[in-house]
Write a protein of this length. Structure first.
Lengths: 886, 349
């Protein structure tokens, strides 16, 4: 901030220049008769720093110096002739000693000279480019300070309130930003704030003690709550979009960050499957603003199905969540979309080696906002050009596209209505010849496979904030899902096609009848009408628990079935939050009553001309939930939760040929306990131990003569137990990151008297450490390190030749008693943000598997199972991406 | 040779790597059982079936202590592989011995169509009706036969006989039509094998014990083995020697009084479950190539049903650099369970 006045002009002070003879110490010319024919000229100026000791004063000052210049132009001696203070004098002396002049000339001859030089200091104040944000958060009714509230400026820094409820943020980007305040009890509330560069914004936020929204107010010092708080789960991890998209290895996709959260197993390369707390991938439900969607990631796991620019945050609750949600035995992923409240016209275009995407957001007047996003992969166009045809044939290249459209209307200060739509498409296709050239022409060994998934959602979202601090939300939705898996292994066909219409309704009222009590009641209903066509082997595609070797041909005993399944479920629920012990103790009981019915068109396999006989299954399900939190101190919170959950069978499992039409809901119970410890304003540690059980799981019949229409039996059980830890550094000082570690064991028992075996997706250790650091000038660097135990596999102890099919068949040892070697991976990311007026261009280079480690992903064997080897995953994979936004 | 990477939904990315496991199945360097044939290739229980095995080593055909048995254990849906694990035991209540030696014969189990076919399994008191076995894509069902090789060690190999159990999944009309028109499978056979050089083609005489090698090649010579099999009629014509699917003993007594099949890609009837109609189909033919020396390009090759009109296969072969006789075996299979083979001996001076 300081810079001395580098005044060449000061040389004009040569007005005092005089030649100096050998007796340079003399202050005046030895021979006055000499005539100055050329004044010395400053050639090298050295800037003196503004003294730190004087910075507080900020005063300007000039030090007058006498400078003795030699006949060569070097500075021989400097002394102060008029002091401006010790600090200024020292700085000036130090700088001037380093000056270089052109020699003075007397009578046209170089000669030493003395001049008087005035070194001027002025404290230069650079124009501030950021704002300061100070404030306090208090409870509205009790006026007590609210510690540990996370205050986040969208796209900017983040802080956590101290014990007095205060927070302080530096380096806030100027402009209008959404500010979110969140903590476990409060939920998340949002407001808009406008920051001016160089100015300080002081805010006092008064929040409902238990998160009921307040009406907007004209008082700038109070928060304008634009939405009721989201009911947080007792155990969940939420990642803001602006952080998630910077995580190395995610390709800028915020939803990919879910893979890095505690409790989540590493998915096999390219699968994108979410395995949470040892539950099957289909057991974890995914919601986008309350609308259930069939999956979070596209095929290959490269991208999520929602554009990052529309995402506000993503939250993972691995278990023990509240009564508002159900229908799944596993975890809950909740994607919160970004509020459409910006004025003007905004958007972005982005591309990398995987795909290209664009978004547009615009306001139409003050009340209407729209947003549209679209993405299309082009990996299928690039990949064949840069790899061998063999590689392309072996591994299906995902082709995907998605789009979202939203229109938001703010009817009044209390009411918003949004209509939106989501569409997503995935497909893969490949013809995979054997890698062994010896069987390349064997038609019995050539496999073709085509997969596709197309789904849509159309929804409306109504929200009304009531005067009493409550809120009413209603979200009806309609969608379609069409999935297909068609393969031909030699002459063995397989086809599984499911086409569904999905009707959904979520409605809730939330109120605060007493100061210590918040209540939420609602309805979660869904109807799914599915037409299923299935043909091929009963054991194809493989399901969890099947013993087989990667690449093994399916059984050539085939069948087919066409049937229709309609499932209807309606689940009224009630939740309460009782704040006791001055708010330190919270009891959150909940109850969900889920009544469902399954109507099927065929209870027995087709037989001749016998007309099909349908079936109807119905059952009431009772799902108690309970959570407790206790704040032992402002920085220490303990928590525990229990919940019972049910999940309806998959439509394809209700086949009279391939499954069992009498399957009913499976059940799970979640138990968890843990604590959260804040070690600083932005540093926290959260640990949780958990235990889950599941019963009535569908498993293949182990009978040599299974009964008709009972290829699956509801005899399976499961259990998962372990602990997870999250050490998190929230964004501050340009750094954020976390370390997550899960230690768990997940087991299955296929029959009541069977052996407990490892779950196919069990991973004992999953460690993820990641960080991102803004190094300034728009540069950010990040890295992610992952370690995960390999998946269990069943050892092959021998083989036998089946001469009819001319194939060796494996003989297996004990199921799931060996593992694929551990996965170790380092990803790095460097990005540079260019601010161009009101637009910005971000370029990033992401390198996955930066150490080029050959991570085993699967076990393969020779034709007679005499030798084994590993298919390895991604080699080092650099990806350059660009994103332009305005 | 690596198992192909088929059914796993490894929607994997980019250049994932596959290990190089260089085992090849064509090269015979140790005692190996290459094939089992049943005669007839397809029959209804309790017809008697004659079995023979192709058991060889690096010195040619080999005799061994072979034990034959029908396996009568059904495979559970949870059992991996193609048969019940009980079929692989040296002895078991689920095994019905039928003989020892290079050949054996025995009647198919009378309940084979209940155990391995479309008939419902025997009911067990208090239990619901059992599930029939599903047919293969050609509509076939198979009675497994276990062959235990004691030398060099107890090794089980599984063969099978296609059992005629009628139509699975059809109504009475279709079943009746199927019974009238379906023709039992005939095992395929290698019609000829030739050495193809730039100078022309030389047929190889099949091996006969005590006879001279069927052909001679030079050391390290590169040439092509050309195998053929019979051409089967696609349009039934009475008097063509094959009892086709539309011919009966009444309409064509010459071909169908004693139905005769074709040793190539036969036409047969199969039920299309999606349309509930009987449709004609052609067999797929595959040839497994084996040699005791040199290098063959293909271990197994074949012609799909769509290529049924082509009745030959080529396989490039580089003769060994060392002198001596080389044994070559061709095992030909159709996808209805028929198996045939031919043995050749080639001199490398």
């Amino acid at each position: 901030m300081s810079r001395s006045a580098p005044l060449l002009l000061a040389l004009a002070l040569a007005l005092a220049a005089v030649p100096a003879g050998p007796a340079a110490a003399q202050p005046r010319p030895a021979k006055p008769a000499h005539k100055l024919t050329k004044a010395p000229r400053l050639l090298t100026f050295v800037e003196a720093p503004y003294p730190e000791a004087e910075r507080a004063s900020g005063r300007s000052a000039t030090v007058k110096l006498e400078v003795a210049i030699s006949a060569t132009g070097a500075v021989d001696e400097v002394r102060v002739v008029q002091s401006a203070g010790p600090a200024f004098d020292a700085a000036a002396l130090q700088a001037v000693k380093q000056f270089v002049f052109s020699p003075a000339e007397f009578d046209d001859q170089p000669a030493p000279v003395k001049i008087t030089y005035g070194y001027a200091f002025t404290l230069k104040i650079e124009a501030p480019v950021t704002a300061v944000f100070d404030g306090v958060v208090r409870a509205r009714v009790s006026q007590r300070a609210m510690p540990r509230v996370v205050v986040q400026v969208e796209g900017g820094p983040r802080a956590v309130t101290d014990d007095a409820g205060h927070f302080h943020l530096d380096a806030v980007p100027p402009g209008k930003h959404v500010v979110t305040l969140a903590d476990d009890k409060l939920g998340t509330v949002r407001t808009d704030e406008t920051f001016e560069a160089g100015k300080r914004l002081d805010a006092a936020y008064e929040l409902e003690d238990q998160a009921a929204p307040s009406a907007p107010t004209d008082d700038e010092s109070e928060i304008v709550v634009t939405a009721p708080p989201l009911k947080k789960q007792v155990l969940s991890t939420e990642v803001p979009a602006d952080q998630g998209r910077k995580v190395a290895g995610t390709g800028g996709d915020v939803l990919k960050v879910v893979e890095n959260l505690p409790g989540v197993a590493r998915a096999a390369v390219g699968s994108g499957a979410l395995v949470v707390w040892g539950a099957s991938p289909q057991d974890t439900r995914v919601y986008v603003d309350g609308v259930r969607v069939p999956r979070l990631y596209h095929d290959g796991g490269l991208r999520s199905v929602i554009h990052t620019d529309l995402v506000q945050s993503v939250e993972l609750a691995p278990g023990g969540y509240g009564a508002a949600y159900g229908g799944g035995l596993g975890g809950l992923v909740s994607v919160q979309l970004r509020p459409l409240e910006e004025a003007g016209f905004h958007g972005s275009v982005a591309t990398d080696i995987f795909d290209a995407a664009a978004t547009v957001r615009a306001s139409i007047g003050d009340k209407v906002h729209v947003a549209v996003a679209a993405r299309k992969s082009w990996l299928d166009a690039i990949f064949p050009r840069v790899t061998s045809s063999n590689t392309s044939a072996l591994f299906p290249i995902p082709r995907y596209a998605d789009g979202q459209a939203r229109l938001s209307y703010r009817a009044d200060a209390h009411t918003t209505i949004e209509v939106g739509g989501m569409i997503s498409s995935d497909s893969t296709q490949r013809t995979a010849p054997l890698l062994d050239p010896g069987n390349a022409l064997d038609p019995a060994q050539v496999e073709t496979e085509t997969t596709s998934l197309f789904w849509t959602r159309l929804y409306a979202h109504y929200r009304h904030d009531t005067e009493g601090g409550g809120a009413v939300t209603i979200t009806p939705s309609f969608g379609t899902e069409s999935s297909s898996l068609t393969s031909q292994f030699g002459g063995i066909p397989a086809d599984l096609t499911v086409s569904s219409s999905v009707f959904g309704l979520r409605a809730s009222w939330r109120g605060k009848p007493r100061p210590f009590l918040t209540v939420s009641v609602g309805l979660d209903a869904e109807a799914v009408d599915s037409a299923v066509h299935r043909s091929g082997s009963v054991t194809s595609p493989p399901r969890e628990g099947d013993v087989y070797v990667f690449g093994e041909a399916p059984s050539d005993q085939i069948n087919h079935d066409d049937f229709r399944i309609v499932t209807v479920s309606a689940a009224p629920f009630v939740e309460a939050d009782l704040a006791l012990d001055e708010g330190r103790l919270h009891l959150l009981p909940g109850f969900r009553f889920d009544a469902y019915a399954i109507d099927g068109s065929r209870s027995l396999p087709a037989s001749g001309n016998t007309p099909p006989v349908g079936f109807l299954t119905s059952e009431p399900l009772f799902e108690p939930r309970l959570a407790v939190t206790y704040d032992a101190s402002p920085r220490v919170r303990f928590k525990a939760a229990y919940g019972r959950y049910h999940q309806l069978p998959q439509p394809e499992d209700l086949s009279a040929v391939f499954g069992n039409p009498t399957l009913s809901a499976s059940r799970a119970d979640h138990f968890l306990a843990g604590g959260r410890f804040e070690l600083g304003a932005s540093f926290s540690v959260e640990t949780t131990a958990f235990y889950t059980t599941s019963t009535d799981l569908a498993a293949r019949s182990a009978s040599p003569s299974p009964a008709v229409a009972q290829a699956l039996e509801q005899t399976g059980s499961g259990r998962s137990y372990g602990a997870q830890m999250l050490v998190r550094k929230d964004l501050s000082a340009h750094l954020f990151g976390w370390l997550s570690y899960s230690l768990l064991r997940s087991e299955r028992q296929d029959t009541p008297d069977g052996r407990w075996r490892l779950f196919d997706f069990d991973q004992t250790h999953v460690l993820t450490a990641l960080a991102s650091y803004a190094i300034g000038k728009g540069f950010e660097v990040g890295a992610r390190f992952r370690y995960a135990t390999g998946f269990p596999r069943t050892p092959v102890t021998g083989s036998y030749l089946d001469v009819r099919t001319d194939t060796y068949q494996p003989i297996f040892g004990v199921q799931n008693t060996i593992r694929i070697p551990a996965f170790v991976d380092l990803d790095v990311r460097v990005s540079k943000l260019f601010a161009i007026g009101k637009t910005e261009l971000e370029a990033y280079l992401e390198v996955q598997n930066a150490t080029n480690r050959q991570n085993p992903e699967e076990i393969v064997y020779t034709y007679n199972y005499g030798k084994m080897g590993y298919i390895t995953g991604l080699p080092i994979l650099p990806s350059l991406g660009l994103r332009f936004a305005w | 040779m690596v198992k192909n990477l088929a059914p796993l939904a490894l929607a994997a990315l980019l250049a994932a790597c596959v290990p190089e496991l260089d085992d090849r199945s064509f090269l015979v360097t140790a005692p190996s059982l290459l094939a089992i044939s049943s005669t007839p290739a397809e029959a209804a229980p309790p017809a008697s079936i004659a079995y023979r095995a192709l058991y060889v080593d690096q010195n040619g055909p080999r005799s061994a202590d072979l034990s034959w048995a029908f396996c009568v254990a059904r495979q559970a849906l949870t059992d991996p592989g193609t048969v019940s694990p009980d079929c692989l035991q040296p002895s078991s209540d689920e095994l019905t011995p039928i003989g020892t030696g290079a050949t054996a014969a025995g009647p198919l189990p009378s309940d084979a169509c209940r155990l391995f076919g479309p008939d419902s399994p025997d009911e067990v008191a208090g239990m619901p009706a059992g599930r029939p076995v599903d047919p293969d894509p050609t509509g076939g069902f198979y009675q497994p036969v276990r062959l235990l090789v004691q030398d060099p060690g107890p090794v089980s190999t599984i063969g099978a006989t296609r059992i005629a159990c009628g139509l699975a999944g059809g109504n009475a009309t279709l079943s009746s039509a199927f019974a009238a028109s379906y023709r039992a499978n005939e095992s395929p056979a290698i019609a000829s094998l030739s050495l193809v050089r730039a100078s022309g083609s030389t047929p190889i005489t099949p091996d006969t014990p005590g006879a001279a090698p069927g052909a001679t090649v030079t050391r390290g010579e590169s040439l092509t083995l050309h195998a053929t099999w019979a051409t089967c009629p696609t349009t039934p014509a009475c008097g063509d020697g094959v009892c086709g699917i539309d011919e009966t003993a009444t309409s064509c007594p010459a071909d169908c009084t004693t139905p005769v099949g074709c040793t190539g890609s036969e036409q047969y009837l199969v039920l299309d479950p999606t349309t509930s109609t009987l449709t004609p189909a052609r067999e797929q033919i595959t040839v497994a190539w084996y040699a005791t020396g040199g290098t063959l390009a293909d271990d197994t090759s074949g012609r799909t049903a769509a290529e049924a009109a082509t009745t030959s296969l080529d396989n490039p072969w580089i003769a060994p650099a060392q002198p001596g006789d080389v044994w070559v075996w061709l095992v030909v299979r159709d996808d209805r369970g028929g198996v045939g083979w031919q043995s050749y001996r080639i001199a490398v001076p």
